[in-house]
Design a protein around this ligand. Sequence first.
Ligand SMILES: Cc1ncc(COP(=O)(O)O)c(C=O)c1O
Length: 479
Amino acid sequence: MATTTDAPAADLAGTLDQMMHPYRGKMVEFPRLPPTGLARNEVLSVMEGLRAGEEARWKAGFASGAVYNGDAEHIDFVNRAYAMHSQANPLHPDIWPSSAKFEAEIVAMTAHMLNGEQAGAPIGSEEGVCGSVTSGGSESILLAMKTHRDWARATKGITQPEIVVPVSAHAAFHKAAQYFNLKLQLVPVDDQFCVDVAAVEAAVNENTIALVGSACNFPYGTIDAIDRLSEIARGRGIGLHVDSCLGGFFLPWAEKLGAPVPPFDFRLPGVTSMSCDTHKYGYAPKGTSVVLYRGAALRRFQYFTTSDWPGGLYYSPTFSGSRPGGLSAACWAALVSIGEKGYLEATRQILDAVAVMKQGVSEIPELRLMGRPIGVFAFTSTSDWLNIYQVLDQLSAKGWSLTGLQRPAGIHVSPTLRHAQPGVAERFVADLKESVAFVRENPDFQGGMAPIYGLAATVPDRSLVHGMLQQVMDVYYRV
Ligand SMILES: Cc1ncc(COP(=O)(O)O)c(C=O)c1O
């Protein structure tokens, strides 16, 4: 049925389509299986062309996050590890006990890095810190929330579960609430962009199963007062999940290098679970993360088992059945080849780049850093007339791929080893200064995404925005 929104919707779909499918009409396409398979060389040469065309931007350090290491030798090395174990499936540890070794050690190494040994019992013991390898940060978070839900139902009879989540926590907590029927109690952040602890305390009730804190959060890179959340969680006998998907492989090393990192891990007795991504600052290829728990009893609420299926006795620790053992192998290879010294050095290089980038932001009078971040950072406009989304547009035109924040509007940067290459942080500062100068001189300039960002952030009917986002995904799957 035609609606009044059809015309703009069609426009948006067209723009998105061009952006997401730039190869259409320019190279071989397969809307169905080829009747006869192509020669392998031919296939590889098509794929090689795509790779070569796409890597220049992230390699040169124009992307926020995305590729956290990107060193050619490191990539070749983890690719070899993947290729060697590409047939492995951890669902079959009888055939691939190597997968069990890799995953058990990935969990143990991550638990150790996050001070699991100070949790009061040895890592991997019944009372000690334990966990699972998952497919990414979102899966780690989803599993931790499901686990706390099932734990609270079994041990406290909670049937209307609620989680208390800072607005700055990752969208995966909203996803968990949708998927697992949890009531999301959103709490605001304070003027330093850390969770308002008094609001957390006020939001807790008899149905609360867990609190959430981030170390650090995605939007601003700030670290919530996990020590205070830990005390609330302990006092109320509820869970506390610390999301360290982004900071887990960064903050421990930054702390050792002298950065002001507050305790955020298993040193704090109220922390019951953590998420920590190996595929971000752990420098593993995309597709792995770790979820950790205080004690094996809690982890058992994550597991799936069935005893009466005609297909046999079945169990799986995470959401997937079959899993890519090659990714666990490559992750293990990344961790053990880099080692503590390598992570320290990588973090030092990134912190050096961040210092240059943050200094650059502070030299621009119309911009202000949001809170006091250590690595990942964000900035906003301090001036009524400087539209930060127009600045983002200008940076995009110069090749940068950064994230626009909303409520309040800002620009987020996840600095990686790509930004630690000589000259990249300086180029960021120069481009930022030029972009702000351009917007200062051309405040009415149109032609980028700024109006769409502005509209999406403020349109009162959020169902329109949801519809737009659904359209994005529909367009993604167009051939
Ligand atoms: C703080 C934080 N938590 C969770 C996630 C989700 O991770 P993933 O994209 O691997 O699912 C991210 C991703 O950027 C993140 O920054």
